[in-house]
Structures are given as structure tokens and as C-alpha cells.
Design a protein around this ligand. Structure first.
Ligand SMILES: Nc1ncnc2c1ncn2[C@@H]1O[C@H](COP(=O)(O)OP(=O)(O)OP(=O)(O)O)[C@@H](O)[C@H]1O
Length: 284
């Protein structure tokens, strides 16, 4: 295994009685990489996180996190990983600060870091508020702060921005990117293709428990850019979409020479379009 590899998954499968939830998944994630697991509801994203964090047993194949097989994971691993899932809870009756203080004690983190992380997630001024009185976006930022308080080497985020307002989404994206730049490996599940496109270094598209496409967001979009088209805006306000051809090249040249061309863009497919193309399903 490459020294930089922190998560390695080989032929992983999971079934619940007759129902197959994961089929033969293989991928790896390196240090300082955001890996996006993109798929519609029921595709198997949460099941994968549960197996990788030792909360559920796989039916076949193997996976390791920080060189420990998921079959041998014990609570010691929680000193090195952080998890944000749908059911991450908070102590509602305690203040924002106290919620973090409890975890700082459990995880042997210097208390001085609490104020720093509260500032980073934009909650410093709310540190004395009771957790139960926070808005949904503030709650999610506190849950994220708690998950990264001990500077984990691996961070698992299960749809961390689902249902949040745009400014909270931006704040969370900024923190995730900073953590990646500091070397954390991030395993992120989402069904938000814009989030995946913007944030992730590598992506796996998951459908019905199977990986149907992998690569960087750009590679995936360009691989599926078969019908190359261009959108142009001309000085007379005319907007045209043109397919690649000798005729189109001549037209564009002419508009450029005669200073008629205002804007030109290539029309690559979005990840949403790619997903629809490879699965026949929308990413909802
Ligand atoms: N404990 C369980 N018992 C039986 N079936 C389960 C269990 N957990 C998950 N499944 C099934 O496995 C499949 C994958 O579920 P999973 O929760 O991993 O999907 P997901 O991609 O995380 O969906 P969402 O985006 O809605 O959270 C679904 O068909 C689900 O019904």
C-alpha cells in the first residue's frame, strides 16, 4: 500500500438478507484528498461510511482505515478519525463551549484549541448559547467543529451541508478545504453535484450499490463530453449554441475578426447530466 493511502477498499460488498446494498466496491483515498461519494438516496453511501468506521460489518471483501482492517477497528481509532453523520447528536442543555470541552477532555485535546475551532466555524460569539437553541446551520457547524477538534487524519462527512443555507454551506466548504490542505483525508458523501464538483479531488459515482464512474470531477465531465458544443453571445445580443464542425470554426473566426463576439463558452455536461447518462437516474 502506498504510504499516502489512508483508506483502502477492496471488493467490498454488503447485503441485508436478500437485499444487496453494496456490490464489489474498490477505491482508495490519499492523505490531503477530498474523495466524494456521489449517489442518489438509497445508493449505499451511509452503509459504506458505517462499514469504514467500524459501525457495521461488511458481507464480503475488505477495507482498511489508517492501515487497520475495518474488522479490527476498536475505539482507539476514534482518536484519529472524525465523523459527521445524520445522527451525530449534541448535548442540547449544555453550551456550545461545554459541548466541545467534553470532547476535548475525552480526546486529550488542549482546551486552548476550542476557541480557535469555534472561530474557524464562525461560532465564537455564540459559545455561551445552549446547543438546543442553535439554528440548524449553527448546529451543523458545531457538529463539524466537534468532529475536527482533535485534528483527525481522516474525516467522514455524510452529507454535511444537506438542507443548509448557502452561507453556511460556504463556511463548511471553506473549513473542509482548509483541513484537506493541512493533510486530512476527507470522505464526503453527497447527492449535491455542485458541491461534489467544487470540492472534491476525486469522485466515485454510486448507483444501486455499484461504482459506475470514477475520476476527478473534470475528468468525468470531459469523458462524457462527446457532443462538443459552444455557446456564443454576439454583439447584437443573439445567443447561439453550435455543434463542433468546420463551419462553426469558420463562423467563430469570422465573428472574432469582425469584433462581433462578446462571450464564448464550451458546453461540457454537468455531473448531473453525466449521472443521468450512466445510470438513467437523476441524482435526487
Ligand atoms: N440496517 C439496514 N437494514 C436493511 N436495509 C438497509 C439497512 N441500512 C441500509 N439498508 C438499505 O441499503 C440501501 C443503501 O442504504 P444507505 O442508507 O446506505 O443509502 P444512502 O446512499 O446513504 O441514502 P441517503 O442518501 O438517503 O442517505 C438502501 O436500499 C437501504 O434501504
Amino acid at each position: 500500500m502506498n504510504q499516502q493511502t489512508v483508506i483502502s477498499v477492496e471488493h467490498l460488498s454488503k447485503h441485508f438478507k436478500e437485499q444487496v446494498a453494496l456490490k464489489d466496491l474498490s477505491f482508495s483515498i490519499k492523505r490531503g484528498e477530498i474523495f466524494g461519494f456521489l449517489g442518489p438516496s438509497g445508493a449505499g453511501k451511509t452503509t459504506t461510511i458505517k462499514i469504514l468506521t467500524g459501525q457495521m460489518k461488511q458481507s464480503g471483501g475488505n477495507a482498511s482505515v489508517l492501515n487497520t482492517s475495518v474488522n479490527k477497528i476498536n475505539e482507539n481509532i476514534y482518536e484519529q478519525i472524525g465523523i459527521v453523520t445524520h445522527n451525530s447528536g449534541l448535548y442540547d442543555k449544555l453550551s456550545v463551549y461545554k459541548n466541545l470541552e467534553i470532547f476535548a477532555r475525552l480526546l486529550n485535546v488542549n482546551k486552548s484549541y476550542i476557541n480557535e475551532i469555534l472561530t474557524r466555524v464562525g461560532l465564537f460569539n455564540d459559545k455561551n448559547k445552549k446547543a438546543g437553541k442553535l439554528s440548524q446551520g449553527m448546529r451543523q457547524r458545531l457538529i463539524l467543529a466537534r468532529a475536527v477538534l482533535h485534528k483527525p487524519k481522516v474525516l467522514f462527512l455524510d452529507e454535511p451541508t444537506s438542507g443548509l443555507d448557502p452561507s453556511t454551506q460556504i463556511a463548511i466548504h471553506k473549513l473542509i478545504t482548509e483541513l484537506r490542505d493541512e493533510g486530512t483525508a476527507v470522505f464526503l458523501t453527497t447527492h449535491n453535484m455542485e458541491e461534489a464538483d467544487k470540492l472534491c479531488d476525486q469522485l466515485a459515482l454510486l448507483n444501486d450499490g455499484k461504482i459506475v464512474e470514477t475520476g476527478t470531477p473534470r475528468e468525468i465531465r470531459l469523458n462524457h463530453n462527446k457532443k462538443k458544443r459552444y455557446k456564443v453571445l454576439l454583439k447584437n445580443n443573439e445567443e447561439l449554441t453550435l455543434s463542433q464542425s468546420v463551419e462553426t470554426t469558420q463562423k467563430i473566426n469570422w465573428w472574432m475578426e469582425s469584433n462581433e463576439l462578446v462571450t464564448i463558452h464550451s458546453c461540457e455536461p454537468t455531473l448531473e447530466t453525466v449521472f443521468l447518462e450512466v445510470t438513467g437516474r437523476e441524482l435526487v
